[in-house]
Design a protein around this ligand. Structure first.
Ligand code: CA
Length: 244
């Protein structure tokens, strides 16, 4: 029987922690609770969890600082981390994501929603995509579906280098880094255009349109960018290993 994935839960409010421990354990996970950052650091090394859920407001360190410290521990940068934030201002969220955290969830949230998010992240992290350093050649030597070269500002799709404008690159880079994650138009505007005041939602849509056209030249039978009506865009996780 497979071991239950250990989830490190760092939350100082015992009421929230109890509820989350309960839903996580009834859903097949083995939660490990820490109420302070200090406990979290100790438990992280002892347990090496499959994923960590970090409350941003902790009594001893804030969740962002804790995130940095956990990442610096042996194996720490391999463990996906999800932030819990009580403050709804966008800055917290963006800071969280720019640190390289895997996701965030704003309080109040439903415990079921958190469990669903944990599942998605674990499923996603089990299928890593190639980044700057290409994976060792597989026996079949098929190129990875996506390869991101941040130094050259280049993205390869099924092994073909795409000719992208600065903003097309910026948008696709975000999507490729987190397949399946939904980016709202506002998030894309802020992260790619830097919140330029004369940019509009239409700007994002126009760039998605030209991106799709370029991707279609490589894989005519597929649309790798999903549109989620009313919410935004996400990279499809359903692409075949070779284009058809
Ligand atoms: Ca708290």
């Amino acid at each position: 029987m497979a071991l239950k994935p250990r989830i490190l839960l760092v939350e100082d409010e015992s009421g929230i922690a109890d509820t989350l421990q309960y839903v996580l354990s009834t859903d097949g996970f083995a939660p490990v609770w820490a109420s302070t950052a200090e406990d979290a650091i100790r438990l992280f090394s002892a347990e090496l969890p499959a994923l960590a859920v970090l409350d941003v407001g902790l009594p001893d360190l804030n969740g962002f600082e804790l995130f940095r410290r956990l990442q610096a521990l042996p194996g720490g940068n391999q463990v996906p981390m999800l932030f819990l934030t009580a403050r709804s201002d966008e800055i917290d969220r963006v800071v969280g994501l720019e640190l390289g955290a895997d996701d965030y969830i704003a309080k109040p949230f439903s415990p079921r929603e958190l469990v669903a998010r944990v599942r998605t992240i674990l499923r996603r992290s089990a299928r890593p995509i190639a980044t700057t350093t290409p994976a060792p050649a597989m026996p079949t030597s098929a190129p990875p579906i996506w390869a991101l070269d941040e130094e050259r500002h280049q993205i390869r799709f099924y092994g073909k280098a795409l000719e992208l404008s600065r903003y097309e690159y910026g948008v696709l880079r975000l999507l490729v880094q987190k397949p399946g994650r939904v980016f709202t138009r506002d998030e894309l505007l802020l992260q790619v255009w830097g919140g330029d005041n004369d940019s509009f939602d239409r700007t994002v849509d126009a760039h998605i349109k030209t991106l799709r056209a370029k991707l279609k030249l490589v894989a005519p039978g597929h649309d790798p960018i999903r549109t989620l009506r009313g919410s935004g865009y996400a990279l499809s996780e359903e692409l075949p290993a070779t284009p058809t």
